[in-house]
Design a protein around this ligand. Sequence first.
Ligand code: GLU
Length: 417
Amino acid sequence: MAKTKLNPFTVAQQQLDQCAKILRLDPGVQAILRVPSRELHVSIPVRMDDGSIKVFQGFRVQYNDAKGPCKGGIRFHADETIDTVRALAAWMTWKCSLLDLPLGGGKGGVICNPKEMSQGELERLSRAYIDQVARIIGPEKDVPAPDVYTNPQIMAWMMDEYSKISGQNQFGTITGKPLALGGSLGRGDATARGGLYTVREAAKELGIDLSQATIAVQGYGNAGYYAACLAQSLFGCKVVAVGDSKGCVLSETGLDPQAVAKHKTKTSTVCDFPGAKAISNEEILELDVDILFPAALESVITEENAPRIKAKIVAELANGPTTPEADVILHKNGVHVIPDFLCNAGGVTVSYFEMVQNFYMYYWETEEVHKRLDRKMTEAYHGVLNTSKRYNINMRQAAYVVAVERVVEAMKLRGWA
Ligand code: GLU
């Protein structure tokens, strides 16, 4: 674990600076890209169940909209900070660009502990957040979605609130909605599924037989859970370890991801899953597996533990799990990193499909979503791989090169730079 928690925005800026050097970016252009274009800080009063009023702090950061309306999730987290939201908004900008979506990057966050809030309190908080940010969101401006500890129900409340404010249904303003309210088929598991398509391509490149591969999944939320299920069902991988914030479990003979999820629903953690051995949150990252999926929060692979990472592929389903110092070590040790804004881009890609379907009022079959997602992810993966070979740089640097070049082109064409 990191001794001192790194500031994720410093990490995002360092990564961009590296890319600017590789691309020999004009310093003025680099200066524009180092900071968010706009941010809104809001105080959100919410009536709690005991009758008291609590004022939560929230943010919406619109990082760059050169390529289209900002896009990105909203996180509900006790440790949320403005710098985390800034970093995540920057990464959304690169993510949408890398996947060649006609979108910019944004992110929202509220400092709260959703685990300690009732459904009623969560609903009032979600609606009050939208009341505060309504003036800067909308299908042509900025389109929020789920992220850590927000889900389709929360998106439904948010969409409803925005619709009430605008006096008409506004399905295209929020994505990750339930199916009954203009959600897209295939959005639920899209982040993990997209990540697995990139893992499939990486395995081909590295000559790894996925049907014999072992995996460890750190984080058992939406992305981690579906990654475990799909790795097993699509490719026949063996899931040897999974973990959440409370601890991790290991079974050399393999875990049943669905049974673990049921256990987590009952007990609120994967810990004490029958028949599995308990391991720590540090140990799971260092297991001798073929593929490691960091699928929780930022800065978990650092210069301290990177030398002990044994996985052949690190597939970053989380945003920002690896620090720049750790990147250097992993690259030197031959670990193939599928960087976050490539690996986890399936979520926003299907969010974009959801927007398209909302605008057309015509909805696709699941197979159509999967086919289009596969095409997008595979193309993006090979674009990054080829760039990394051409410039002799690591996969993250290559992803930056592709993404930043496109944003810069859009800025130049608009006359911003
Ligand atoms: N929160 C997800 C991400 O980090 C999805 C964003 C979206 O769908 O707009 O990519």
